[in-house]
Design a protein around this ligand. Structure first.
Ligand code: VGL
Ligand code: ZN
Length: 187
């Protein structure tokens, strides 16, 4: 990536996916090195604020006994239960006050991995004049992947910030990067 490509400019947005305590070491669905994305994202947040580029941050926000939890036949241990400590944004993530927050995973009948899934986010981004998304967060092979693919489908240019994301599994991360590249995302 050239310096020009990396520079934030009007029409860009920074999208921070699910940097919550439960996805970091010590959390209910801890991702290896999940907390290592935080200092990287803080630098991107500073750059976004300096360039007057808006910041959007999603949170996974499940009802208790959510359909995605193992006890309900889902894939995951219980995590990011609404209003629990683990569902909070990681305290070291320095989100500006102007951050637009996206809440997802609230449906009783299905999971929502993508930040675009039934949130109205594409409409909001277009309203805000956004054309290109810089994306980081957790997890690379689950919610980041789904969000990047949906962002491309919705017609946005998408840049994944590689050192600002971590996968649940190494294999999953490699596959996710291939899929994102094939969908036209820049890495
Ligand atoms: C996520 C697993 C379950 C994520 C959310 O944010 O990537 N992963 N729920
Ligand atoms: Zn979840």
């Amino acid at each position: 990536m050239t310096l020009t490509d990396e520079t934030l400019r009007p029409g860009d947005a920074l999208v921070v996916v699910d940097v919550q305590k439960d996805f970091c070491p010590g959390g209910a669905l801890a991702i290896d090195g999940g907390d290592e994305v935080i200092p990287v994202l803080n630098r991107w947040i500073d750059a976004a604020v300096a360039a007057n580029v808006p910041v959007y941050a999603s949170r996974d926000w499940h009802p208790a006994d959510h359909i995605s939890f193992k006890q309900r036949g889902g894939l995951w241990p219980p995590h990011c239960v609404q209003d629990s400590d683990g569902a909070s944004f990681h305290p070291e993530l320095r989100l500006p006050e102007s951050t637009v927050k996206i809440t997802k995973g609230v449906r009783f009948d299905q999971d929502q991995n993508s930040v675009f899934d039934q949130t109205g986010l594409a409409t909001r981004l277009r309203h805000d004049g956004v054309k290109r998304l810089f994306v980081g967060g957790l997890a690379e092979d689950v919610c980041v992947l789904a969000s990047v693919l949906d962002g491309r489908r919705a017609g946005f240019d998408v840049v994944l910030i590689p050192d600002a994301t971590r996968p649940v599994t190494v294999d999953g991360g490699e596959k996710a990067r291939r899929e994102m590249r094939d969908a036209g995302a820049k890495l």
